[in-house]
Design a protein. Structure first.
Length: 320
């Protein structure tokens, strides 16, 4: 996703302990439109150019890290304090430019929204008894690239988000689902073709609407980036009992790294991997520089994938 001509450019210098701590958490950035590589390669010697979405992502990553006692058991440690200070600086920068929008939104809610019903003390929203387990496999990729995820009942639009974050894509391109012969897509994104291609609405169709009863295995397709045409098989494996206290969505297993965006589909990815692994390849240096200096096609961490899934994607509709 490239910034538009009207997007505000933020120039911030991040260095010293702040930069060292931030680099510890690039794995939580879901390859965020290249933001992870931008931070990893940033030296802290001159101001960094960031856009609104970058600030949103960095603030979310920092907030998540600061609340995780596994990362910072000692809240008085220099690393924790440095990251907290950076988060405060980013928030000040964000509020200085976009704070009026939040104030306006709050004012509208106060004047127009009906009061919400109070939840009785001791009661909370009922958690589902079961969750759906899927295996997501990137077709035509060898060796196989796949993820196994567990999710609550949700719309296909939300499943798209779960697939993006579990795999490691960046939500930079269009997508749709194909279930049998029926296409499902977002009416706003597919506006030009939605009626002509007889799409059904993926933002209102839920998993429970399409998964057959009886716990039978069920396959359908998810295509991402109509240029590179990344075809994924989505295999519904079973419903499993939701674990008490477990937060969903969850990535329970998988194998190998997600290809870089815009690498040219499965064939382009095969050429890319051969180039970066073979120093004699004439594109070796060029491809390494393009990908940010390094890339391990075997890398996969289900814990990092789960963190990305639970963090979710930015709400692009709110950013329009």
């Amino acid at each position: 996703m490239k910034p538009g001509s009207r997007d505000h450019r933020h120039r911030l210098l991040i260095s010293g302990d702040e930069l060292r701590e931030l680099k510890q958490h690039t794995g939580s950035m879901a390859e965020a439109f290249g933001l992870d590589r931008k931070i990893e390669n940033y030296k802290g010697t001159r101001p960094l150019t960031l856009y609104r979405w970058d600030l949103d992502c960095l603030m979310d990553v920092i907030d998540l890290a600061l609340r995780d006692e596994r990362d910072y058991p000692d809240r008085s440690a220099p690393g924790y304090l440095a990251l907290k200070h950076l988060g405060e600086r980013l928030r000040q920068e964000y509020d200085a430019v976009y704070g009026h929008e939040q104030a306006l939104s709050a004012s509208k809610k106060e004047s127009g929204d009906k009061p919400k019903k109070k939840v009785a003390a001791g009661k909370s929203a009922k958690r589902p008894d079961t969750v759906y387990q899927f295996k997501i496999t990137l077709l035509d990729a060898q060796p196989p690239i796949w993820r196994r995820i567990q999710v609550e009942d949700c719309t296909l639009d939300k499943l798209h988000e779960h697939i993006q974050t579990a795999m490691g894509w960046t939500n930079s391109h269009l997508h749709h689902f194909k279930i049998g012969e029926q296409l499902y897509g977002d009416p706003m994104l597919m506006a030009e073709n939605f009626d002509d291609m007889e799409y059904e609405d993926s933002t209102t169709t839920k998993l429970s609407d399409i998964i057959p009863e009886g716990r039978k295995r069920f396959r359908f397709l998810y295509e991402y980036d109509f240029g590179d045409s990344w075809q994924h098989e989505v295999l519904f494996e079973k419903k499993v009992e939701a674990e008490a206290g477990q937060k969903y969505p969850l990535c329970v297993d998988g194998s190998r790294a997600c290809p870089p965006e815009d690498v040219g589909g499965t064939w382009g990815y095969a050429d890319f991997v051969e180039a970066i692994q073979n120093e004699d390849n004439e594109q070796h240096d060029e491809m390494l520089e393009w990908v940010g200096g390094s890339f391990d096609p075997e890398a996969f961490d289900p814990v990092a994938a789960t963190r990305r899934m639970q963090k979710g994607l930015p709400d692009w509709r709110r950013m329009m």
